[in-house]
Design a protein around this ligand. Structure first.
Ligand code: SAH
Ligand code: DHB
Ligand code: MG
Length: 221
């Protein structure tokens, strides 16, 4: 099975179920034109985030890693009335591109972009003592995954979903001597495994973004 075939099947799936639209297309085009890396979620994964957030009626969504705001748009469109996405990004250029993309999508009033390293902004968000988040999408530097997961546990409630992207890394996750990204993914599995307050699993994916996967946890206590 080739990457070419994974891409073709992704095109078949998205052709039926994930219609693109002007705002999503423009978000990807402007991200590319601004030189951002094309590491946004695939359209069908963006739709999966949307379906999951919508299925739990998410009103407060936290995203770690905004890039050009492509996944942010999928999440903001899933919000229940009165909801908000808080998204964390440390690169000011990425945040600027995202702000314009989110504005163009008509979602600026629903999205709060917090500039700074997530490890610094997460404690600030906790200190604000706002309502807990219903849904957390972790997709920033992979070395921080276990830390971001620990913060997600502080910032959520029973029933919240926590999704972590890129936890398979072309299969390299089973290599105990893998690179920093792999080590970050492996620390996440260890942290999730020993956290009694979640029920979690992970799923391998192939498609237009290659071979990777995501972890999903529901807070149970
Ligand atoms: N969620 C996006 C993709 C995010 S790519 C999408 O699917 O469309 C990862 C992003 O995390 C990049 O923009 C990168 O600049 C940002 N990032 C990396 N390390 C970070 C950190 N320590 N704190 C906050 N953002 C970080
Ligand atoms: C990388 C990051 C991502 O979030 C992703 O989905 C794919 C690749 C990366 O840093 O290589
Ligand atoms: Mg990712």
């Amino acid at each position: 099975m080739s990457e070419e075939q994974w891409g073709a099947v992704d095109r078949y799936i998205t052709g039926h179920l994930v219609p693109s639209d002007a705002a999503l297309d423009a978000a990807l085009a402007s991200s590319a034109a601004s030189g951002l890396p094309a590491i946004n979620v695939a359209p069908n994964q963006g739709k999966l985030l949307h379906v999951l957030a919508r299925s739990i009626g998410a009103k407060r969504i936290l995203e770690v890693g905004t890039l050009g705001g492509y996944s942010t748009i999928w999440l903001a469109r899933a919000l229940a009335p009165g909801g908000k996405v808080v998204t964390l990004e440390y690169d000011p250029k990425h945040a600027d591109v995202a702000r314009a993309n989110i504005e163009r999508a008509g979602l600026a009033h629903l999205v709060d972009i917090r500039l700074g390293k997530a490890i610094d902004t997460l404690p600030k968000i906790a200190a604000e003592k706002g309502e807990p988040f219903d849904f957390v999408f972790i997709d920033a530097d992979k070395s921080g995954n276990a830390d971001y997961f620990a913060w997600a546990m502080k910032l959520t409630h029973v029933g919240s979903l926590i999704i972590v992207d890129n936890v398979v890394r072309n299969g390299a996750v089973i290599d105990a001597n893998g690179d920093a990204n792999v080590q970050g993914a492996r620390r996440l599995y260890e942290a999730m495994a020993k956290e009694p307050r979640v029920s979690a699993t992970a799923v391998q994916t192939v498609g237009s973004k290659g071979y990777d996967g995501f972890a999903i946890a529901v807070v149970i206590a």
